[in-house]
Ligand binder design. Structure first.
Ligand code: HAM
Length: 425
């Protein structure tokens, strides 16, 4: 019995126009990011599980429930990367890419894996464009990174995006704030919080602030705010970033509930959200993570970064139609196929795109195939044309035919294409 196979739940085959959209996103990244000194890096997709536990945080949803984790043949625990930051920092530390006194700026594009409940804009295999800037804690670096993200999103002409921002405090001011927050939560009976928040209050009280359940949201409306508790280092840093962004016309919305789902953030945290992609509104998220590089064995240097979800960006981009091929080459009998093959290779070598027929069929069905391919011209080689060292070039829109010499086919074909382009422009 022949077995049929299906893709894994939450994984997608990306093909057709979707590939053109993904390429457009990647092209914009590869054009914009190097203007800011960012270089591309391709770290592995599989890492030691412990790296993610240590960096993302044991108590986070990602580490607790969302990783694809399995032992290798020697029993070592490995995980498919749920995000890129941990792997990029590990690679920087291991390869000595960042030392005190220099700044490393790296971007990476590729698949990430999270065992989440799939829905529109939320996949188990999804793709991120991820940027990290390591080695500086200057607010100019924060503002520059966000400007870069904004230029990238603007380049993609995405409709109505909002930049939300918050300051999560640092190791100096956050512990006291968390204490305050717990005291505030304790004013309400434990059972009045949702099941998840009952655990969060103990493990990760910040996450209570962004709970979506109405009973929790109502209670946290008047909770102490992170910004009001920022220390004398965090508060001016935040204000400086806001004013630098404002100076560039980027009006960030301060969101007191923005806390992010990964434990490594300090100071600035931000998200870009859209109203046009359903329940999963964040198209990008990031922030500062001073201390993380040191935590995973690198030098104790600060860093900041972000990642965009490519599937979510793609939801906001209109379908891109694939470019039309220039020619479809018809050879009318088997004996002419070798000649057609040579001529097609010359045309492609000269930069034209097109395909040929491999079998002899009726003229009608060959022309139908040519028309299905969407080619601008059909090039026809029959015994008569071959005897006079020519081909027929038929404009598929107008039906007008020209006789073209095989000798200088690429040049003559180029002229016909230019003429066609002028006529339709
Ligand atoms: P994140 O917020 O977890 O941050 O993910 C960034 C973006 O990835 C999200 O805004 C969303 O667009 C996309 N995304 C996340 N999960 C899914 C999913 N299951 N399906 C589709 N898209 C998804 C991070 O990953 C951090 N590492 C970002 C960062 C870099 N922070 C500092 N440097």
């Amino acid at each position: 019995m022949n077995e049929t196979f299906k893709k894994i739940k939450g994984f997608a085959d990306i093909y057709g126009p979707a590939v053109a959209v993904f390429n457009k996103i990647e092209d914009a990244a590869r054009d914009i990011f190097p203007r800011y000194g960012f270089e591309e890096m391709r770290p592995p997709i599989l890492e030691a599980t412990h790296l993610f536990q240590r960096s993302i945080g044991e108590g986070t949803d990602v580490v607790q429930k969302e990783m694809f984790t399995f032992p290798d043949r020697k029993g070592r625990s490995l995980s498919l990367r749920p995000e890129a930051t941990a792997g990029v920092l590990r690679a920087c530390a291991e390869n000595g890419l960042v030392q005190k006194g220099n700044i490393a700026r790296l971007f990476t594009i590729g698949p990430m894996f999270r065992y989440e409940r799939p829905q529109k804009g939320r996949m188990r295999q999804f793709h991120q464009i991820n940027c990290e800037c390591l080695g500086t804690d200057s607010p100019f670096a924060d503002a520059e990174l966000i400007c870069m993200l904004w230029q990238f999103l603007t380049r993609l002409h995405l409709p109505s995006l909002t930049l939300k921002i918050n300051s999560l405090g640092c190791n100096e001011c956050r512990p006291a704030y968390l204490e305050n927050l717990r005291k505030y939560f304790a004013r309400f009976p434990v059972e009045s919080w949702c099941q998840d928040c009952q655990k969060r209050i103990v493990l990760n009280p910040l996450r209570v602030l962004d709970c979506k359940m109405p009973e929790c949201r109502e209670k946290t409306r008047l909770a102490p705010r992170l910004l009001d508790n920022n220390c004398p280092k965090c508060a001016p840093h935040f204000q400086k970033v806001l004013s630098l962004l404002e100076g560039q016309g980027i009006m960030a919305e301060v969101d007191h509930r923005l806390v992010r789902g990964l434990d490594y953030y300090q100071k600035i945290a931000f998200e870009v959200v859209s109203d046009n992609i359903g329940a999963q509104t964040a198209v990008a998220g990031g922030g500062r993570y001073d201390g993380l590089l040191g935590l995973i064995g690198g030098p104790d240097l600060p860093g900041i970064g972000f990642a965009c979800g490519m599937e979510r960006l793609a939801l906001l981009i209109d379908d891109i139609s694939a470019p039309l091929p220039d020619f479809y080459f018809l050879s009318l009998d088997d004996g002419l196929r070798q000649r057609a093959f040579d001529l097609c290779e010359r045309l492609r070598g000269a930069g034209f795109a097109g395909e040929m027929n491999y079998q002899s069929e009726s003229m009608k069905s060959l022309l139908r195939a040519a028309s299905r391919s969407g080619a601008k011209f059909c090039l026809i080689l029959g015994p008569d044309e071959n005897a006079s060292n020519e081909v027929i070039a038929k404009n598929m829109e107008t039906g007008v035919q020209n006789i073209v010499s095989q000798e200088n086919l690429p040049e003559r074909f180029g002229e016909l294409l230019n003429l066609r382009a002028k006529l339709i422009s």
